[in-house]
Design a protein around this ligand. Sequence first.
Ligand SMILES: [Zn+2]
Length: 351
Amino acid sequence: MISTVEAFRGQQLARRLLNGYLQRRRVAGTFLLLGQRGLGKTTLGTILARALCCEQNRDAPRLWFCGKCYACRTIAAGDQPEYTVVRPRSKQITITMIEKEFGGFASASLHPTLLSHRIFAIQDAHYLNEQSANQLLKLFEEPPAQTVFILDTDQPELMLPTILSRGQKIVLTPLPFDELTATVHADQPDADEPACVEAARMAAGRYVDAMRLAGAADWRAAVKKLADVLGHGERYQAPAEELAQFELEALWHKELHDTGLDAEEAEKMIARAKTDEEKGLRTRLNELTRQALITAYNRAAWWHLQEAALPPGFLKALTELKARINQNVDPGLAQAAFEIALAKEFKPAAS
Ligand SMILES: [Zn+2]
């Protein structure tokens, strides 16, 4: 978890809005953080949680936290019973899951005793199923005092409109290319300028991705390779798998960091897959593999879009492919669906 507010880059508008709500003490019962994957919704959510609860941030509250008080330390350590984070492991957040793992929504109505606010964060909130979304709505009707919900999603169109219409919407946007290039250059002194420029292009406005790409020439080469074969309708399976592997490594690294699991331990758990937790971790790895595959194609397409003229039907094909891959949880099946759809759209290059 980020240790200072200053370490969070960009998103001036989102910061200004949150700062304003905190300064005016107009803290809504619900905040909705919206924006694409990789823009820092989760990180901003953890900043907001600490800014709300920080003991040094009470007299003149703003988007800031000290990082040292009891609230800041326990939230950052993931060791605070009044700070609940719901992270979907599969494509549904069910009532049973919330009751079994997070004490149920009822816990959200309890008055906080350790912190100034009770925080209930729900990541990828579009995975709330109908039943759990409805139960959440009931809470919104009579919002418990001192409880703040922080929901984030990159797919608001999949959420119940009644949930979307509640709360303060904070939209995160991709960083402009020039700003991203300059930031990466400043924060990644080991990377030379061409590497920073290339990374900023490939990252499509995402700071964390740009930082990783700037430091990984082999990853950038994989993006170019896939973009090249996509643009020519050639054989894309091997380059797609290669690029997805880089993307998966980044996602998995973040997952281990967020869950506090050791890499070796996680591997053993996935291999065993006996208990609910072990099975859950395997499901999560499948989900991340699917995401990595989508990101690989997306990133390559984005690069292609900036570097070359698009063949007719390219974007339409890509949109359809994304929808297909989104419906499949099993990465093998998803890859197969991708292959079939692409093969229909592009005539293979003559060999
Ligand atoms: Zn503090």
